[in-house]
Each structure stands twice: as structure tokens, then as C-alpha cells.
Design a protein around this ligand. Structure first.
Ligand SMILES: [Zn+2]
Length: 263
């Protein structure tokens, strides 16, 4: 757990994915991975992106950002239980975007998993995923998003929406059209919940490398440069859901090289 002013932040890990590094980052350079980031690769050049979530306590509210990959293998509910938080004590679930590794615990047995929560989704992302001929039939939308709509628990929001006076939504499009991040600001301290603006610490240095999951890789690249520059300059403590555990750190710079400093 870390404090950002009066905000409490707990990084959580639901599960891990796995894939060959060049399938996940098709335009990256395997030699650079091997020489500079050998710890991120296994013997078969696979990386294992974490499926993370972030729990925040701000101004009396329990807020969960993203819900991981879900059952049967995910550990999110167990993690919350270990913090002493019951499912019905979550006030708000904020979804950075509607990919399967971020919405997996939204719904259990066709009912919202977090019974007392409103689920916050960007209007652009919801529109994108629900548009005809796109993905309205994708299993994860049918299973993990539609029941929220039928239950009336979704709150659709726009850029700059304030979740509490300490937490502001920032539109960070590209990975998906309506992707959002959260900026934290309390008592002069700054934090940031990154979402999928970046998927690996290597992108601190190789910011142009877009993963194959980016819906619009060019826009994702522009957003990634803009946001990582901002985080480096302003010194936010960042919670990065796909970075190695615990995925908490700072973007720093030494001469020409920006790097990720885990805390
Ligand atoms: Zn993701």
C-alpha cells in the first residue's frame, strides 16, 4: 500500500497472460529485449504481462480500477478479501477500457459482482464496443458488460470527469478509442493509474513500440509519448497494471534515456 496525500492505493494482481514477445510487440527488436531487458523474457522469448487492478480509497469511497481477467484462475476477489474488503463494500468500479483482461470480474452468475457499486465507463469506449458489426457479439462483452447495462449500474462519463475531488478521469485514447486513465491529486502529491497506455517497462525507453492489442497504434503512440512525458516531468507515482508486480513506480530520465523505476 502507498499513500498519495490522503489517498490510499493498493496495486492488485488478478493473473498473468503469456505470449511470444514479437507477437505482443510486432515492431520491437528482439536483440534489444535480450540485451537490455533479459529479466522480462523467459527461455522461449515469451513475456508474461500481469493482469493488474488498482484499489483506491479516496474521501470515504472504495474504488476498484479494472477487474482483471476473471474466473476461474483470477485472484482479484481473494486479493480484496486479504485487504479486508468485501465485494459489497466497493462503491465504484472504474473501467479503463472494455478489453477482456480488464472486465473479467465485472459480473458473476449474470449479476454485478460488486453489488453496491456503480461501474464507470467512458462513453466513447462503450459506444465503440457496442456498435453494430463490431464486437457486440464478443463473448466478453456479452458476459461481462451487457448484464451491467441491463442492471442499470453503468455510469457513462466523459473526459475530465471527477470521481472524487482527488481523482480525475483523463482521456488517453488509442489502445481503445475511449481508453481512460486516472490522475490522482491530494495534498500536493500526484499519482496516476495508467491503464493500457503502456504494457511494459521497456516502453519507457522505446515509447514507439505499440503492442498488437492497440486498436489505433498511431494514436496510442501519440498518447503514450504525451502521457509518459507528463508523468516523467511531473513526477507522478504510477500504478501500471501490466507491468511486473507490484507495477508501482516512476518514469525517470537519465540523459537521453527514460526508464521505469519500480518502488
Ligand atoms: Zn490490458
Amino acid at each position: 500500500m502507498v499513500n498519495i496525500g490522503e489517498i490510499k492505493l493498493f496495486p492488485l494482481t488478478d493473473n498473468y497472460g503469456s505470449g511470444h514477445v514479437l507477437d505482443i510487440f510486432p515492431d520491437s527488436d528482439l536483440n534489444i529485449w535480450r540485451s537490455k531487458f533479459p529479466d522480462l523474457l523467459d527461455n522461449e522469448n515469451h513475456i508474461k504481462p500481469r493482469f493488474g487492478a488498482t484499489f483506491l480509497h479516496s474521501q470515504g469511497k472504495n474504488i476498484l480500477v479494472d477487474t482483471g481477467g476473471g474466473p476461474p484462475a483470477g485472484k482479484l476477489l481473494k486479493n480484496l478479501e486479504d485487504l479486508g474488503i468485501n465485494q459489497d463494500e466497493i462503491d465504484l468500479v472504474v473501467l479503463t477500457h472494455l478489453h477482456p483482461d480488464h472486465v473479467g470480474w465485472n459480473v458473476l452468475y449474470d449479476k454485478p459482482t460488486f453489488q453496491s457499486a456503480k461501474y464507470i465507463v467512458s462513453s466513447t469506449d462503450l459506444k465503440y464496443w457496442k456498435q453494430e458489426n463490431n464486437s457486440s457479439n464478443l463473448p466478453h462483452i456479452l458476459k461481462q458488460v451487457d448484464p451491467l447495462i441491463y442492471s442499470g449500474v453503468i455510469e457513462v462519463i466523459e473526459d475530465k470527469h471527477r470521481i472524487t475531488s482527488e481523482l480525475t478521469v483523463l482521456s488517453t485514447p488509442g489502445h481503445t478509442p475511449g481508453h481512460i486513465s486516472l490522475e490522482l491529486n491530494s495534498k500536493g502529491k500526484k499519482g496516476f493509474v495508467l491503464g493500457d497506455v503502456a504494457h511494459s517497462p521497456i516502453q519507457a525507453s522505446y515509447t514507439d513500440w505499440s503492442p498488437s492489442f492497440d486498436v489505433d497504434p498511431d494514436l496510442a503512440r501519440i498518447t503514450r509519448h504525451e502521457i509518459l512525458n507528463k508523468l516523467e516531468k511531473e513526477g507522478h507515482l504510477v500504478s501500471a497494471g501490466h507491468f511486473p508486480e507490484p507495477g508501482l513506480g516512476f518514469f525517470k530520465r537519465e540523459a537521453k534515456n527514460r526508464y521505469w523505476q519500480q518502488v
